[in-house]
Design a protein around this ligand. Structure first.
Ligand code: NAP
Ligand code: HSE
Length: 432
């Protein structure tokens, strides 16, 4: 293969991320040429609304014909449109035309990454997607390359900027949920449909991608247990504060106890205020990777927003361009471990349970008995009386999630339990 004299780049999407990618390709042209060895040339920017003014993008490059742009045979097609279709068809068409693909589309990768990887293999092109998880933070390449010789046991982190922005404002300012969400949208952090952020689906997709790379196994979005932050109440936030904790939406992927499976989950968690994840504020993300030889490695940075995400996209464009220039390809999909993906019932963690109970003799004993019946060991209990009712906050030692669920079923059937105010997993107490 002869060395190309330039690298052509077609951009599908010119929104929050795409407009920043176009800007950086123009502003950093000299440096990019020096780093790649040949110049990079933007050949087109595909959008839905061609009449919209787009700062920093040459109007002559704007097109509404994404099919033609995707199949134009550009060296690299960058997909920053989002959604499943038409993004998937356009990526497949681009690969069939011999283009390498850079994408930030976690929803598509988590739903049908295998199809994209298989097509990249079939057509001998690259598929890079660093920007799909944790914005600007170099995380997928370290997992795919730097830690490729180690055995990862656990990945845990904050991977959604919008919800971390909301939870930070609720914690620090007692802010109103809806108002903060609108602010996150205005700052370009939220997905086109912000339900994906608040209901945890964005983090769910990212957790699937992380788990697949970390454990060399195929994990799709549906394999990931998911609960968002829409049910986190001001009472939960206050209870967390009173106990010296903060609430974070965590994505956790870990080997099962017998190491034959992986458990992948996304849910709000209480984290001790002295844990490094507790200090991750606003739209920042942070991810801990625990590997057998490396020990704990932490990745931290801006997890959302146009320019930070474009930085990761540009890194992939440079990597892909270098591969083109040297006639090589980057690593493909690694799924040889073929681990069983287990449900959240197999997860082992600690819990916080907040109950309103009748304040009469024997109730505390009955509550304790429900925990004992299901093999869940209580760590602490705090009781506050309010007339004929008492507030009861129970914290447990580590227990299986299915055992805690059975405990909660038993408690809900008990007449003395007037209300289950909150149940939340507690992570990071043992320094992990
Ligand atoms: P966005 O602001 O909504 O931009 C999407 C762009 O794609 C727009 O230019 C839109 O055209 C175009 N587009 C979408 N569907 C189209 C269609 N069917 N036909 C033609 N054009 C279409 O989204 P974004 O925030 O840049 O996100 C893009 C991708 O990056 C998503 O996969 C997202 O998950 C991912 N991502 C975003 C962030 C972030 O912080 N924003 C971070 C990491 C990853 P119009 O402009 O005409 O509407
Ligand atoms: N909506 C996403 C977030 C964008 O808030 O983290 C980054 O993937």
């Amino acid at each position: 293969m002869s060395t190309p004299t330039e690298i052509t780049v077609a951009l599908l999407g010119g929104g929050t991320v795409g407009s920043q990618v176009a800007r950086l390709l123009g502003e950093s042209a000299g440096d990019l040429t020096a780093r790649v060895g040949v110049p990079l040339r933007l050949t087109g920017v595909g959008v839905r609304d061609t009449s919209k003014a787009r700062d920093g993008i040459d109007p002559a490059l704007i097109t509404g014909d994404l099919d033609t742009l995707a199949s134009s045979g550009a060296n690299i097609v960058v997909e920053v449109m989002g959604g499943i279709e038409p993004a998937r068809s356009l990526i497949l068409a681009a690969m069939a035309a011999g283009s390498s693909v850079v994408t930030a589309n976690k929803a598509l990768l988590a739903a049908d990454g295998h199809t994209l990887h298989a097509a990249a293999e079939q057509y001998g092109v690259d598929l890079y997607y660093e920007a799909s998880v944790a914005g600007a933070i170099p995380l997928l390449r370290p997992l795919r390359e730097s830690l490729a010789g180690d055995k990862v046991r656990r990945v845990m982190g904050i991977v959604n900027g919008t919800t971390n922005f909301i939870l930070t404002k609720m914690d620090e300012e007692g802010a109103d949920y809806a108002e903060v969400l609108a602010e996150a949208q205005a700052l370009g952090y939220a997905e086109a449909d912000p339900t994906a952020d608040v209901e945890g689906h964005d983090a769910q997709a990212k957790a699937a991608i992380l788990a697949g790379l970390a454990f060399h196994t195929r994990v799709s979005m549906d394999d990931v247990s998911c609960e968002g932050i829409s049910k986190v109440s001001a009472q939960d936030v206050q209870a967390a504060t009173d106990m010296g904790f903060v609430i974070k939406l965590l994505a956790i992927a870990e080997l099962s106890e017998d190491e034959k499976g992986v458990i992948v989950r996304v849910h709000p968690s209480m984290v001790p205020r002295n844990h490094p994840l507790a200090g991750v504020r606003g739209a920042f993300n942070a991810v801990f990777v625990e590997a057998e030889s490396a020990g704990q490695v932490m990745f931290y940075g801006r997890g959302a927003g146009g320019a930070p995400t474009a930085s990761a996209v540009l890194g992939d464009i440079v990597a892909t361009s270098r591969n083109r220039v040297s006639g090589t390809r980057g690593p493909g999909e690694s799924t040889y471990a073929d681990l069983e993906v287990r449900g959240i019932g197999d997860a082992v963690t600690r819990y916080y349970v907040n109950l309103h109970v009748a304040d009469r003799p024997g109730v505390l004993a009955a509550v304790a008995q429900a925990f004992a019946d299901n093999g869940v060991s209580i760590q602490t209990v705090r009781q506050d009386g309010h007339g004929d009712e008492a507030g009861l906050i129970v914290r447990t030692h580590t227990a299986r999630d299915s055992d805690l669920a059975a405990t909660m079923d038993q408690l809900r059937r008990n007449d003395a339990v007037r209300d289950v105010v909150g149940v939340m997993r507690v992570e990071g107490e043992d320094g992990r």
